[in-house]
Design a protein around this ligand. Structure first.
Ligand code: VGL
Ligand code: ZN
Length: 196
């Protein structure tokens, strides 16, 4: 059996309805992610949650030359995980986008509180396969999945546990096709649960 971990990408208040960069139906990823997180934890698997964790001034924000409204500023309520998200005991938080020069879309650019990168943590736990869900399909989910594949992980994207920004209406659809073409499997969370 391949060691399987769950990577929950950026399920933070600012990406959910009412947030500063709200993704349509962003909070709907929470129920399936909670179910998969519990199942993985029950089997002794690892759950990781990335968070967008920006300084107040960053080239990521429109005011400093970037493309986004201010969102997920470190230690603000908008950057907190959505209160509905149930992270199991032992879940590891990966903070990313903390620099003032980079977008930090991929969770593989982030670090845990102890300074370890996501790849280092996964290697230390013998993880070979990642289930991925969260926000947003067309940015941080896509970038994280692409990096995971580049690092040699087997990746399954949980199709009912992702939602996209869709600056262009078909951005999420294109992102899914790209991820699949790069080698990711696309699967409903109920089917992924049956496979565990
Ligand atoms: C994200 C836009 C800006 C994401 C982060 O988490 O997908 N999108 N910052
Ligand atoms: Zn961001």
């Amino acid at each position: 059996m391949l060691q399987t971990a769950l990577l929950i990408v950026d399920v933070q208040n600012d990406f959910c309805p009412g947030g500063a960069l709200a993704v349509n139906e962003g909070d709907q990823v929470i129920p399936p992610l909670n179910r998969v997180a519990e199942a993985i934890a029950q089997r002794g698997g690892l759950v990781l949650a990335s968070r967008d964790w920006h300084p107040r001034e960053t080239k990521h924000f429109a005011a400093f030359g970037g493309k986004w409204p201010v969102h997920c500023v470190q230690n603000t309520q908008g950057a907190a995980f959505h209160p509905g998200l149930k992270l199991p005991d032992g879940a590891i938080v990966i903070s990313k986008g903390s620099g003032s020069e980079d977008d930090g879309y991929s969770a593989f650019e982030g670090r845990a509180d102890d300074g370890k990168t996501l790849h280092e943590i996964l290697q230390a736990h013998g993880v070979q396969r990642l289930l991925v869900g969260g926000l947003a399909t067309d940015y941080c989910v896509r970038a994280s999945v692409q990096d995971a594949l580049k690092h040699g992980y087997e990746v399954t994207v949980l199709t009912d546990a992702i939602r996209g920004v869709n600056l262009q209406p078909d951005d999420s659809e294109c992102a899914l096709e790209e991820m699949q073409a790069a080698g990711a499997r696309l699967m409903h969370s109920a089917d992924a649960l049956r496979e565990l």
